[in-house]
Design a protein around this ligand. Structure first.
Ligand SMILES: C[S@@+](CC[C@H](N)C(=O)[O-])C[C@H]1O[C@@H](n2cnc3c(N)ncnc32)[C@H](O)[C@@H]1O
Length: 258
């Protein structure tokens, strides 16, 4: 018997606008991030004209801050969220970054070294793992964060079920993701920008046009604010709240494990 969120390997899913077998999507996503890992941070600044920093700062500002919290940042990539949380964290806070891609983690580790952050009790742990099968025990974290990662996982309900599993009862769930623009004029401009400027920038800077076309397409395939909130509730998380950023270009979904 399969759980409702389990998918057969014969089913297809989307990789951007393309339909691909479920078994292929993870590998395709890994290739995208291995290809762009070295230029990922620069591209974020160029593509969003620095806006991603404001979104991430708003996101990090919503993370609980108490002494001794165990925080898991899934799909943490090159570490922006972990670094933000660590700045001003209370004593004894333990931060773990979990990402499926070793190349992104390696960039994150060297950024940590550049900042003088070591892998010790007061440092950041870097773990290679899949959001759908997190290598951690049940109820082992107080806070689960994921920024611009959920869009890339093959099976979102499975990843949400994992978020619930690793959170302790009462634990905080926070997700930052591209979402649906709610302002009509911005909507059209953003569409044009996404499908022309992003792939062009990707070609010039990251030498990978396809990776940035995937970015634009994957944003359009991600559920809108209300639908995603429903998926979070369905996974057994409670008190779901949504906060739009920049007219819904991005949105933060927050919830609690009951
Ligand atoms: C757009 S980056 C976001 C990185 C970082 N959170 C940030 O906000 O800058 C997406 C990250 O998700 C990771 N990722 C994709 N699929 C994943 C999965 N199934 N499990 C864990 N990480 C995944 C990628 O390797 C990549 O590092």
């Amino acid at each position: 018997m399969r759980e409702p969120h389990q998918k057969s390997q014969h089913e297809t899913t989307h990789f951007g606008f393309e339909d691909v077998p479920v078994s292929e999507k993870g590998g395709r996503v890994r290739d995208v991030f291995s290809s762009v890992a070295g230029s990922y941070d620069l591209m974020n600044d160029l593509m969003s004209m620095g806006l991603h920093r404001l979104w991430k700062s708003a996101f990090v500002g919503m993370v609980a801050r108490r002494p001794g919290l165990r925080i898991l940042d899934v799909a943490g990539g090159t570490g922006d969220i972990a670094f933000g949380i660590r700045d001003g964290a209370r004593v004894g806070t333990q931060i773990t970054v979990c990402d499926i891609n070793p190349d992104m983690l390696n960039v994150g580790r060297s950024r940590a070294v550049d900042r003088g952050i070591l892998v010790r009790d007061d440092g950041i742990r870097w773990v290679c793992g899949d959001a759908e099968v997190i290598p951690a025990a049940d109820s082992s974290f107080d806070v689960y964060t994921i920024a611009f990662g959920m869009r890339n996982v093959t099976n979102i309900p499975a990843a949400l079920a994992e978020a619930r599993r690793v959170l302790r009862p009462g634990g905080q769930f926070l997700c930052l993701e591209f979402s649906r623009v709610v302002l009509p004029v911005i909507d059209q401009l953003y569409d044009r920008y996404s499908f022309s400027v992003l792939p062009w920038l990707g070609k010039q800077v990251a030498r990978d046009e396809a990776a940035y076309r995937y970015l634009a397409e994957s944003i359009r395939k991600f559920p809108d604010q209300a639908h995603y909130a429903e998926m979070i509730r369905y996974a057994g998380l409670d008190q779901v709240r949504v906060r739009n950023l920049s007219g819904g270009i991005a949105a933060i979904h927050g919830a609690r494990r009951i």
